[in-house]
Design a protein around this ligand. Structure first.
Ligand code: GLC
Length: 788
């Protein structure tokens, strides 16, 4: 391929870098106002300003028409009634809500949004809103020297995206992901910006190919799209967590996942027969390595026909699935969108007869090559087709399946453009549009079809969906794995900022293929990667055809023992993680967090990509280089306790930490606690007790909500849950553990709590709800039992 050689930088290839200038929207001529919106009639088009909440402003520009307020399917909430006022002087209109003031300059149209204390949140001066003849729309915003950028969904590179430019166009990228590989599978046209410790967010709700440029100019950044309206929301923060709450208020939050889906998952492209699947399952059990899920990749199907099994290799799928479930393991099959073009295949027949497949305007069906060869693609933009596809999943649920893996749903097609012809015309629920306009929505809509279908079929049980492609809002339906990475140390390193930025982008349930998908892994890399995986929200080991097998035991006893320890550690941490999933479900704030999210005023955290937090009090600083056993760890304010050794580190500084291969550096903030459980082979096994590890401090108070429920139904939406506020108050004389009033009717399998208080000073007493407890003391720790 010529573009892979020096030919790529042939002087004659240089593209014309001088861009045609954008046409500015121009001066305001007049404003029209109704209940919800203000529409500014400008010299060169129209701009509507409206509010979804007092802290969420929406701006829509259309060069040719009064803007439509129709959103992409990413947006699910109706705007609230917002009290607002409009003032006007010679230069500007000012629209005010209880949370913000929007200054709208008249000549030319420019917007400056301020909070009530007068901090500028987002502003435009020299350049503002514009467009081009060819339909492109653009927005420029001022950028200050200290501005940082996060989010943008699934992107390579470091944590802070300043100095980068990103394109949104869902793409299947098997080639090695490197720092300039862009775009990948997901398009989340949203970011959060941090300025002097205050955050705001922008969501550009446009499903055309779009670009965010924080690189080309020093005092502006821009976002633009190939077509459609310039439709964006500004979330005014002021804390990074507020921004995530605001963004996920608009695009939705993840449903509480079934507990089994936050256990350990094992996959391979492919486990090729029932016998092989059973052998893998048995080996996990024999070796005491906890596991909840095994995957069936494309070889389970009859020549890659979705909704079929290969009867030779999988003669009794129902029995296999049931036997595995009895052993605590769920089976999740892959389901791709491509339906094999085969007149004797019932899904294809139905799809054609009932008009479910994507077509050109002229009426011809679109087909493209994927695993099964020539295939048709369901038009998920249409409600009728989503329903059809969802109902088809009864095939799987009848076999006892409760989770589905959606892959190749960018959609990926084996051709030059890597996807569907952009001229295909989607039905789009009565508003037909081309694939060019809707490409980035295909994975999201497939996710909706699958999630809703599974929910319906499972009649009250939670399902699990894993997806490769998506758009803003994907968190409502699916967890996301980061696609075809490789068994490179660099890809382990890259996974951290990628998942942290996905979390900032509303996707709290994500993770990379542990061990690496392509290329051969090795014992050391798999071990270090499993340590990280034990704390990424989604935890799956997956690898490709013709690569070294990478189940936990493949590299000998030395590695196996450590890998087992960390998978077991994951199971110990499940109650803590589940409480954090509950928080993400209710507020959008992710499970896995960059330190910046907790310490937005600490500049040292702004680019920290190789450490992360689990919740607000646990710091994970993995080793991600071969044969390295020491690393620098930055600790934010407070004192931090090594989870394994009890050693203490003072914050606001960097310490050198030693970690042999068997050690993942984990630190808990003094004054707080974590809620764990005994190890189990599967989440299907009963949890006998709850274990609180409290880390005594000599001052301060830590408050959080412990959460639990049955982990498998939707009854938590009623009263069947347990919410227990827990407060740890420390003074030099005493540590008090206070269990607040329980809410909800859920009765967990454990009836008592084993409390361990660590890092105690010699004279520090322990009280439980104010009553003195003695307990058994060993060194600086005390253990006692409390009733729940
Ligand atoms: C794609 C997926 C990968 C899967 C393979 C075969 O490459 O990203 O995870 O194993 O297809 O289905």
């Amino acid at each position: 391929m010529l573009e892979d050689t020096s030919f790529a930088i042939h002087p004659g290839n240089n593209p014309n870098l001088s861009e045609t200038p954008y046409q500015d929207i121009g001066n305001i001529k007049h404003v029209e106002k109704d209940e919800e919106r203000y529409t500014f009639y400008c010299e060169n088009g129209y701009v509507t300003v409206t509010f979804n909440r007092a802290d969420i402003i929406r701006i829509v520009m259309n060069p040719t028409d009064v803007p439509s307020l129709k959103s992409t399917p990413a947006v699910i909430t109706q705007p609230e009634t917002v009290h607002k006022e409009l003032r006007e002087d010679n230069e500007a209109y000012v629209i005010s809500t209880s949370h913000l003031d929007a200054y709208i300059q008249k000549a030319p149209f420019r917007v400056r949004i301020q909070d009530k204390e007068g901090h500028t949140i987002a502003s435009e001066q020299e350049k503002g809103l514009g467009f081009q003849e060819n339909g492109e729309v653009i927005c420029y915003k001022d950028m200050q020297e200290q501005d940082r950028f996060y989010g943008f969904g699934e992107k390579t590179g470091f944590l802070d995206k300043r100095g980068e430019s990103y394109t949104m166009w869902n793409s299947d990228v098997f080639a090695p992901h490197n720092p300039e590989t862009d775009p990948l599978y997901q398009s989340i046209p949203y970011f959060m910006s941090l300025r002097d410790g205050r955050a705001h967010g922008i969501f550009f709700d446009n499903s055309y190919k779009s670009t965010f440029d924080m690189k080309t100019e020093t005092d502006h950044y821009s976002f633009r799209a190939e077509g459609g309206q310039l439709d964006y929301y500004v979330f005014i923060g002021p804390s990074p967590k507020d921004v995530i709450e605001q963004y996920t208020h608009i695009t939705g939050r993840m449903p509480l996942p079934p507990k089994w889906s936050i256990g350990y998952h094992q996959s391979r492209y492919s486990y090729q027969s029932e016998q092989e699947v059973r052998e893998v399952a048995n080996t996990f059990i024999e070796k005491d390595i906890p596991i909840d899920v095994l995957y069936l990749d494309i070889h389970y199907m009859n020549e890659y026909r979705v909704f079929t099994f290969d009867k030779d290799q999988f003669p009794t799928p129902e029995k296999m699935i049931q036997d595995l479930k009895n052993a605590g393991i769920r089976v999740v099959p892959i389901v791709d969108p491509g339906v094999k073009k085969d007149p004797e295949y019932s899904i294809y027949q139905e799809g054609v007869r009932e008009d479910h497949f994507c077509k050109y305007l002229e009426g011809d069906m679109y087909t493209g090559d994927v695993w099964p060869g020539e295939s048709a693609f369901p038009d998920f933009t249409d409600e009728r087709t989503r329903k059809w596809w969802g109902e088809k999943h009864q095939y799987y649920t009848d076999l006892g399946i409760e989770g589905i893996w959606n892959d190749m749903n960018e959609p990926a097609v084996f051709n030059e453009t890597k996807t569907m012809d952009t001229n295909v015309m989607h039905k789009n629920d009565g508003d037909p549009q081309t694939h060019r306009a809707l490409h980035n929505l295909y994975g999201l809509m497939m996710g909706e079809a699958t999630y809703e279908g599974m929910k319906e079929q499972l009649g009250g049980k939670r399902s699990f969906l894993l997806t490769r492609a998506g758009y803003a809002g994907v968190q409502r339906y699916a967890s996301v794995w980061t696609g075809d990475n490789r068994s490179f140390w660099e890809h382990l390193q890259m996974a951290l900022p990628m998942c942290m930025n996905l979390g900032i982008s509303g996707v709290a349930f994500s993770g990379p293929d542990v061990g690496g998908f392509a290329h051969d892994t090795n014992g050391e890399l798999l071990t270090r990667w499993t340590q990280v995986g034990a704390f990424t929200p989604y935890f799956r080991n997956h690898s490709a055809l013709d690569t070294a097998r990478q189940e936990p035991w493949q590299f000998g006893e030395k590695y196996e023992a450590i890998i087992r320890d960390y998978i077991q550690l994951r199971y110990q941490w499940l109650p803590q993680l589940y409480s954090l999933f509950r928080e993400a479900h209710e507020t959008g704030v992710p499970v896995m967090r960059p330190l910046m999210l907790e310490y937005p005023h600490d500049e040292k955290t702004y680019q920290l990509y190789d450490e992360f937090m689990i919740g607000d009090n646990t710091l994970i600083a993995p080793i991600m280089h071969p044969e390295v056993t020491d690393r620098a760890v930055y600790f934010p304010e407070g004192t931090w306790v090594d989870y394994f050794t009890g050693e203490e580190y003072s914050g606001k500084q960097t310490h050198l930490i030693h970690a042999e291969l068997d050690k993942l550096p984990i630190f808990i903030k003094k004054g707080s606690f974590v809620a764990l459980s005994p190890v189990r082979q599967s989440t299907m096994n009963k949890q006998d007790s709850l274990i609180l590890h409290v880390y005594a401090n000599d001052e301060g108070e830590y408050k959080t909500m412990f959460y639990d429920d049955d982990g498998e139904t939707y009854q938590y939406e009623g009263e069947e849950s347990l919410k227990l506020p827990i407060t740890i108050s420390s003074t030099s004389a005493e540590v008090n553990i206070a269990f607040g009033e329980k809410q909800g009717r859920f009765n967990p399998s454990y009836q008592h709590v084993d409390v361990y208080v660590h890092s105690l000073q010699d004279n520090q007493a322990i009280t439980l709800n104010g009553e003195k407890v003695t307990g058994e003391r060993s060194g600086q720790s005390v253990h006692f039992q409390a009733k729940l």
